[in-house]
Structures are given as C-alpha cells and as structure tokens.
Design a protein around this ligand. Structure first.
Ligand code: HEM
Length: 220
C-alpha cells in the first residue's frame, strides 16, 4: 500500500500563512523537517526508474517516524527522507551521493513544471540560478508553510562564471549538483561545475564554481 498521496504535484491551491521571514536550514536549531512535496517527488523518482514493487520493497525496509501518508503540503522529519533515500540507494546498489544527485536531476524539471512562473524572464541558466535564493526560495517559503530552504550567496566571477556558496544543515550538496545539471539541460546550455569547499569536509558551506557555455537549444 502506498504511503504517499501525490497531491503536491497536482494541486496548485497551496496558500500561504507564512510571512516572508527567512527560514533557513543553515540556522535552524530545532529538528529539521521536509515538505511532503519532496517525499512525493522521491516516490515518483523511484517508481519511474524502478517500478512500484521496488518502491514498496524499499518502503518496507524503512523504520519511519511518520505513520500517516505523506501529503504535499505536510511537513515531515528530515530523518524519514534520509531513511528512504538511503534504503533506495542500498537497494539500487549505488552510493547515497549518486542517488541524491540523480534525484536532484529528476526533481528540478518536475518543480519547473509545477511552478512555471519561476522561469519567467529567464532565458539562461545563470539568470535563473541567480534568482533561486532571493526570489524562488522566498516564494517557496511563502507558499509552503514551514518550508526550510538552503542559503545561497553568489559571487560574479566573470561573464561566463558564477560562484554559488551553499549552506544548509542538511548538507545536500549532491542533490544540488543534480539540480545544477538539470538547470543546464533545461536551458540547453553547457554548465560545468567544480566544488571547492564542502560541508561534508568541515567547511561552513559548499562552494560551487560554475562556468556557463552558450545557450544552444532550450528544453521545453
Ligand atoms: C522551480 C524552482 C524551485 C522550487 C519550486 C524549489 C523548491 C524547493 C522546496 C519545496 C524545497 C524543500 C523545502 C522543505 O522541504 O522544507 C527545496 C529545497 C532545496 N532546493 Fe529548491 N526549488 C527550486 C529550485 C532550486 C534550484 C535551481 C536549486 C539549486 C540549483 C535548488 C536547491 C535546493 C536544495 C539544495 C534544497 C534542499 C534543502 C537543503 O539543502 O536544505 N532549488 N527547494
């Protein structure tokens, strides 16, 4: 029996009760939580790639805190997400980092499809990425009460270059890598990245040095 109710990806009626204050994983001291939409995407990722049965097998191995179905607007413990992702990686025989990277690459186009307005005015990867911290994730926190988004700071490193510093108590830099790759693909643009600093190595942020190629053909 599925424990996930996929309303996040079909509903457009989520409304906000949250003021515009910043809620960042980097500064969160209480238990971290993740929105149901992310659980729904993870379910879709596993089922699209490996089928319903694989998903059920994975879920049966997960000692989850959450007993009720995951619904898009709901908020659930981070630990449940990591438990499912870790079991999925084990079952598929890949390191968790690879599974998270693949999940990020899968999830971003789905998010773009659900929230097409976030693409408005952007014709290249750089301009879109520069809007994530100050526009997209701000709106996400308004639309989804209790959402905790990462913190990005940006440094211009020339016409083809941008440095993004990522900070989050969740240390999901591998997810971030997959999302960066998906952004490049969406805009039909070569996007190379190199990671210099990493939260997993004790740094207080991950540093992504990006280099953009020219826009070739945009993916619809
Ligand atoms: C349509 C565009 C986007 C939407 C709607 C969106 C939405 C979200 C949502 C809902 C979460 C989970 C928050 C929670 O569960 O509390 C999240 C987390 C995250 N987002 Fe975005 N996002 C978008 C674009 C991006 C892009 C382009 C990047 C990076 C290249 C990015 C990086 C991340 C990361 C790394 C997390 C994981 C949370 C963490 O590290 O603490 N997002 N985003």
């Amino acid at each position: 029996m599925l424990r996930f109710e996929d309303e996040a990806l079909t509903s457009t009626s989520e409304t906000s009760t949250l003021p515009t204050e910043r809620t960042s994983a980097a500064h969160e001291s209480e238990e971290l939580t993740v929105k149901g939409i992310v659980f729904n995407l993870l379910e879709d990722f596993i089922i699209d790639g490996w089928g319903d049965e694989a998903f059920e097998d994975i879920l049966s191995l997960c000692p989850l805190e959450t007993k009720e179905p995951f619904v898009g607007p709901g908020t659930y413990p981070d630990t449940d997400l990591f438990t499912i992702a870790t079991q999925a990686a084990n079952k598929l025989g890949v390191p968790l980092s690879d599974a998270l990277r693949a999940f990020g690459k899968y999830a971003l186009p789905k998010l773009l499809k659900k929230y097409p307005t976030f693409l408005e005015g952007h014709t290249d990867a750089r301009s879109f990425l520069e809007s994530v911290d100050g526009v997209i994730h701000v709106e996400v926190r308004k639309l989804m009460p209790k959402a905790i988004t990462p913190q990005f700071t940006y440094e211009d490193s020339g016409p083809d270059g941008l440095i993004i510093r990522y900070a989050s108590a969740r240390k999901l830099c591998h997810l971030m890598e997959g999302m960066l790759e998906a952004v490049g693909e969406h805009f039909g643009q070569d996007l190379e990245y190199q990671q210099n600093r990493c939260l997993h190595s004790g740094d207080d942020h991950c540093e992504f040095v990006l280099k953009f190629g020219s826009v070739k053909a945009r993916v619809a």
